[in-house]
Design a protein around this ligand. Structure first.
Ligand code: DX5
Ligand code: ZN
Length: 241
């Protein structure tokens, strides 16, 4: 499957706000069936969390799983590298089928050459920042980014509560780089998703909130509706102005 970077980014921007299912919360014993179910629910990409037990205090899965996912779906693969020394691995993750490759600004002394390498490999280049890291840490590299992934939890585990520190960063980044694919990851659910979209996010990564539900189509619909809502939780019919 070949997704050219410009057409992939244009498609995602046109479809925004986009929900990105994080397979970390899926049933690994039935991964192909899980992918079919999120495809049927209208997913436009899959978010794959790579953890090395070093950059983050947990392990998830690596290259063979990305390759296996690539074999069973045409959806773009958004690969989130929560690993030290990402420069040692980007080429192999690209070869395994990654369409978007996101590295952490905290994992490298100088992200620019690696972002350029990711683009040269034919993938979209993403840069992520942890909750304690300020936007100023990645501001010099925004021109080399196709995507910025704002973490709204400390990476390493699914199912953590949303940290609102992400909202101010989303607003800053949206102002600094209006053209950016701006993603947010961690604790996204029907209650938190609307505030992130209003702050400027257009790609909302969701693990637990989606996969903990029996009906992914219904839950995707609920998340999309909440993403598009204007924040008025009173619903139609309330007119106490
Ligand atoms: C966290 C990962 C996330 C995680 C999100 O380290 O980067 O992508 O899967 O999971 P939820 O949606 O459960 O917070
Ligand atoms: Zn992630």
């Amino acid at each position: 499957v070949v997704h050219s970077i410009p057409s992939l980014l244009a498609e995602l921007h046109a479809a925004a706000p986009v929900i990105g299912p994080s397979l970390l919360a899926s049933d690994f014993a039935n991964l192909e069936a899980e992918i079919r179910r999120v495809e049927a629910a209208g997913a436009r990409l899959l978010h794959l969390d790579i953890m090395d037990g070093h950059f983050v205090p947990n392990l998830s899965f690596g290259l063979p799983v990305v390759e296996a996912v690539r074999r069973v779906t045409q959806l773009p693969l958004d690969v989130h590298l929560m690993i030290s020394e990402p420069e040692q691995y980007v080429q192999r993750f690209r070869a395994a089928g990654a369409d978007l490759l996101t590295i952490h600004v905290e994992a490298v002394p100088e992200p620019r050459p690696l972002l350029q390498k990711i683009r040269a490999l034919g993938a979209a280049a993403g840069l992520s920042l942890n909750p304690p890291t300020p936007v100023s840490a990645l501001q010099p590299y925004l021109d080399a980014c196709d995507q910025v992934l704002v973490m709204s939890v400390m990476p390493g585990f699914g199912g953590q509560p949303f940290d609102p520190v992400a909202l101010d960063k989303l607003r800053q980044l949206r102002q600094l780089a209006p053209q950016l694919l701006l993603a947010v990851d961690g604790g996204i659910n029907a209650e938190t998703i609307g505030s992130t979209v209003r702050a400027g996010a257009n790609l909302l990564v969701a693990g637990t909130a989606l996969f903990s539900h029996a009906d992914y189509t219904q839950r995707m619909g609920e998340l999309r509706a909440a993403a598009r809502s204007n924040g008025d939780v009173r619903g139609p019919g309330s007119s106490d102005k």
